[in-house]
Design a protein around this ligand. Sequence first.
Ligand code: BJW
Length: 244
Amino acid sequence: MFELIRNQTKEIRKIVFVTGAGISQESGIPTFRGKDGLWRNHDPMKLATIDAFFNNPKLVWEWYNERRENVFQAQPNQGHTAIAELEEYAEVVVLTQNIDGLHQKASSSKVLELHGNITRIKCSVCNFLDDIPRRFSENLPLCKCGNILRPDVVWFGESLPQDVWKKAMGFAGECDLMVVVGTSLVVSPANTLPISAKQNNAILIEINPEKTEMSSEMDLVINDLSTSALPKLVSLFKQAKEKN
Ligand code: BJW
C-alpha cells in the first residue's frame, strides 16, 4: 500500500470516495446485504419501492421511522473522520449511497447523496421537501396538498436525482484516485462510477472485508474494516504529501 501511495502521491490531486453501507456499519447502522444485512429479514420489494409504499404506507413508515431513530443517534466513526481530514491535502469529493448524513456530520464538505437522505421527507405527489431531523408523531404524515409524505430516499426502480447523478459522473470521470469503501457494488447505476474512473486512468482502491464483483478491476484491494483501513490510508497519504 505504501509503495502505491508514495509513488503516485505527487500526481494525486482529485480524490473521489464512493461509499456504501459498510462505512457506517461500525457506527451502528446495518448494511443491506451480507449476514447481518437488512435484506436478510426484510423483503426490499415490500419496503423499498413506490408500489410497496402505496400498498402499505404504514408498514413502510414504521420501518423508516425505526431506522430514522437509529440514524439520529449515530455518530461518524474513524472512517468518516479520516475522509474529512484528507481535505487538508487534496480535493476530496464523497459520492455516497448512504442516506445517514454521517459524512456531513464528520465535516466532509463535498458530499453528493446518490440515494437521498432519510432525515428528509418529501411529498409523494407535489414538490414539497423538508428536513425533519427529529421524531414526528403522526403515523402517516400528510402533505399540505393532502397526499402522503414519504422519505426522501431513492427506491428500486426510481431514478437517482438527475442533477446529483450528473455531477457524480463528472467527478468520477475527472478524479486521479477513487477509493471505493464499504459497498457491494451490486446496485446500479452507482456501481458504474468506478468504471468511469478507470476509463479516465484513475487509480482504484477498494476497502472492504469481503471481495466484490469489481475487486479484480482494482489497483489495490484492502480487505479490512473501514475504521482501520481509512485512517491508515489517509495517514500514509499525508506523510507522502508532506515529503513531496
Ligand atoms: C464493510 C464493513 C466495514 C461491511 N468496513 N466494509 C430489476 C427491476 C428494477 C430495477 C432493476 C432491476 N435490475 C436492475 C435494476 C436497477 C436497480 C438495481 O441495481 N438493482 C440491483 C439490486 C439488481 N437499481 C435501481 O433501481 C436504481 N435506479 C435506477 O436504476 O433507475 C433507473 C431504472 C428505472 C426503472 C427501472 C430500472 C432502472 C435505484 C437504486 C436505489 C437503491 N436504494 C437502496 C435503498 C435506499 C433507501 C434506504 O436506505 O432505505 O439503497 S437499496 C440499498 O442498496 C441502498 C444502498 O444505498 C444500496 C447499495 O448497497 P451498499 O451500500 O452497497 O450496501 P451492501 O449491504 O450491499 O454492501 C455493504 C458492503 O460493505 C459489503 O460489501 C460488506 O462486505 C461491506 N462492509 N462492513 C468496510 N466495517
